[in-house]
Design a protein around this ligand. Structure first.
Ligand code: MIC
Ligand code: SF4
Length: 658
């Protein structure tokens, strides 16, 4: 039962209902929330619809870090909306340029022992300071801001025991890449990863945050480190020692499972295109010519990463064939390297300095050339995500990135260091960080906040209304996809599509855009026939990756009422339910093969069967076959589905309470 573990202790302290037994539905109190602009506008539109006067959390922060290109009015309209919402409802606002939400949250707000719910899949980054930090859809975060607890299935708590000591040129990134290599992108579903053992003593908070950040790529619910003296030193340097509490696992803590990694045996690793679990030792793929390199993203852009990278480059130049850039994770990290003179090392080496934002990670600028090789310190390398459909993106530590930038080809940093005479350095924790809080706007006092008017530009469109679940779903198979479909496949981001996040009518035109250009038209034709719905057939780990609820909301708008898959990723599964799409799983995975595009489908007695907890039968009217499906839904999720989605469910509940 994982008693005595850090995760268990925090969950117990926040438990509102349920039992802390793996697989059981629990509800937990949420202390803090975070949103970012690409998911935030929708989250706040939903929050507004809930009719609450002020956020009910201890702290809520609205970050502007994703949608930063501002090629026209759309992004600035969204930003202005978010700024007015923050003022109106008692929320902190982090202005554009202040940094990437997860990096900044760890620096300025994350607190050991607390819970954080964020509308971004990398919210677990804050687990690096010993908090339970979970990524969710915007609607779940809106509900948490309105004071609702967060519902989830109690995960298994997996202890990751780190023994030994990292050799030079092997870093935190290699620890998480090693886990991805062993467990794959679906190995963490339904699990919390809690790190312990001698090896954690060598890892600073930013290094721990790299690991908890990229735990998202395992599909994990979250990842966490204990809060120890290292955490204390970090919070002290952030001027927040009073936020520190000690939070260690009991000596007899029992994990549901234990994985051991001997750090002394690790070597520099790299994830090859197009999946974060496609991991090999760097030395095995040496010699591949490199077109561009970038250090940034919420995974690896802290002062530790930038300091070491800058010092590696000191007195050296980026290879003539390589374009190299840094995107510091936060204004604080940028201020730090400026103050320490390291920014000059990058400039002298010939680097491009990008804004403190997500940028290239989400295809907002700095796309690689056609068929180009890009080495990035990021966390995701899904096909096309960089903005160039045929680019080959590799993921590695900042040290590997710099080595490749100097050599012009993929190279083991140990080899480059020897050749160039570069010494390995340990980056020490400063006594005091430049806090860099100038671009925050604190919440307004309650009385003043009440008179704030919400700004709504033409890019902000109200949410469509959705109907309740019908007793019988009749429709067509309008798409069949394979394993590991990401939310980037379902609802792509990038410079063209990301600015449409506040307008469901416009963004839904791009659902599955790079997978099947005809899908939207097909789906609309089915939707517009009265009483007909679209059904999508998927493989394993359907919907992995981001928390973007647009990957559920836009298909729902196009009339999708059920996705039938071999298995689902956690956040997307929850988002489907929140928007009234039933996630069904094949009892016999071979049944996946019993569907073709355009097959006529009937799903009878849906409500009755869901209410009675019975398997659901899909009748393929074209072939005459009957397919048995199960579902992994809590009682609350069933009632949300019946209502046609979470927003309808909350409104209904409010009516009953009044
Ligand atoms: C991502 O890394 O894919 C994003 C962009 O941060 C998403 C959120 C979004 O789509 O807005 C995530 O990870 O949840
Ligand atoms: Fe931003 Fe990339 Fe991190 Fe997502 S993964 S929050 S896009 S930096």
């Amino acid at each position: 039962m994982a008693k005595g573990t850090v995760a268990y202790k925090i969950l117990k302290e926040h438990l509102v209902s349920g039992k802390l037994i793996p697989g059981e539905e629990i509800a937990i109190r949420i202390d803090q929330t975070l949103t970012q602009d690409a998911t935030g506008t929708m989250a706040y539109l939903q929050f507004e619809a809930m009719g609450v006067d002020r956020v009910k959390t201890e702290l809520s922060v609205s970050y502007i870090d994703h949608n930063m290109l501002q090629t026209d009015f759309k992004n600035p309209d969204d930003h202005k909306y978010l700024m007015s919402i923050a003022k109106r409802y008692g929320i902190w606002l982090s202005k554009p340029g202040n940094g990437i939400c997860h990096q900044v949250h760890v620096e300025r707000f994350a607190k050991p022992g607390k819970t954080l719910l964020g509308s971004d899949s990398h919210t677990p980054t804050s687990g690096g300071v010993g908090m339970i930090a979970i990524g969710a859809g915007g609607l779940d975060v809106a509900a948490a801001m309105a004071g609702e607890p967060f519902y989830l299935k109690m995960p298994k708590i997996v202890g990751v025991k780190l023994t030994g000591k990292l050799p030079p040129w092997v870093t935190a990134k290699d620890i998480i890449l090693e886990l991805l290599r062993r467990l794959t992108v679906k190995g963490g579903v339904g699990k919390i990863f809690e790190y312990f053992g001698e090896g954690i003593k060598e890892l600073s908070v930013p290094e721990r945050a790299t690991i908890t950040n990229m735990g998202a790529e395992l599909g994990a619910t979250t990842s966490i480190f204990p809060s120890d003296e290292i955490t204390r030193a970090y919070l002290k340097a952030q001027g927040r020692e009073e936020d520190w509490i000690e939070l260690l696992p009991d000596p007899d803590a029992e994990y549901d499972e234990v994985i051991e990694i001997n750090l002394s045996e690790l070597e520099p690793l790299i994830a090859c295109p197009h999946s974060p679990d496609n991991v090999v030792p760097v030395r095995e793929i040496e010699g591949i010519k490199v077109d561009q390199v970038v250090i940034g993203s919420c995974t690896n852009s802290s002062f530790v990463d930038l300091t070491r990278a800058g010092l590696m480059l000191r007195g050296r130049k980026v290879h003539p064939d390589v374009i190299f850039a840094i995107a510091p994770g936060s204004k604080q990290a940028l201020e730090f390297i400026t103050q320490e003179g390291i920014l000059l090392d990058f400039l002298k080496a010939g680097a491009r300095i990008l804004e403190s934002a997500c940028g290239p990670c989400i295809g907002m600028g700095y796309a690689p050339p056609s068929g180009g090789v890009s080495i990035r310190s990021f966390n995701r390398n899904f096909e096309g995500r960089s903005g160039t459909p045929d680019a080959k993106v590799y993921l590695a530590s900042p040290e590997v990135c710099v080595a490749c930038a100097i050599a012009g080809e993929i190279i083991d940093p140990r080899k480059l260091a020897e050749r160039e005479g570069i010494k390995w350095i340990k980056v020490e924790m400063p006594e005091k960080f430049p806090y860099g809080d100038e671009a925050f706007i604190p919440p307004l006092p309650e009385e003043e906040a009440k008179s704030v008017e919400i700004y709504r530009g033409p890019n902000i469109k109200a949410l469509p209304d959705f109907d309740e679940l019908p007793e019988k779903i009749s429709g067509e198979v309008s798409l069949i996809v394979g394993d590991n479909i990401t939310t980037d496949h379902i609802m792509p981001a990038g410079a063209k599509i990301l600015p449409l996040r506040s307008n469901i009518y416009a963004i839904s035109e791009y659902v599955y855009h790079y997978v099947d250009r005809d899908f939207v038209q097909r789906a609309k034709e089915v939707r517009d026939q009265k009483g007909k719905a679209n059904i999508i057939i998927g493989g394993e780990n359907y919907g992995q990756g981001s928390s973007r609820e647009h990957a559920a909301l836009a298909p729902r708008f196009l009339g999708v009422r059920a996705v039938v898959a071999k298995s689902f990723a956690r956040i997307h599964h929850a988002n489907l339910v929140n928007f009234g799409i039933i996630p069904l799983e094949f009892v016999d995975k071979e049944d996946y093969n019993k569907f073709s595009l355009g097959d006529e489908i009937e799903i009878p007695d849906v409500i009755k069967r869901l209410e009675e907890g019975k398997e659901i039968i899909i009748i393929n009217k074209t072939t005459g076959e009957e397919i048995v499906c199960k579902y992994n839904l809590t009682p609350k999720q069933v009632s949300v589905l019946l209502a046609g989605g979470l927003l309808n469910w909350i409104k209904k509940k409010q009516k009953v309470e009044v």
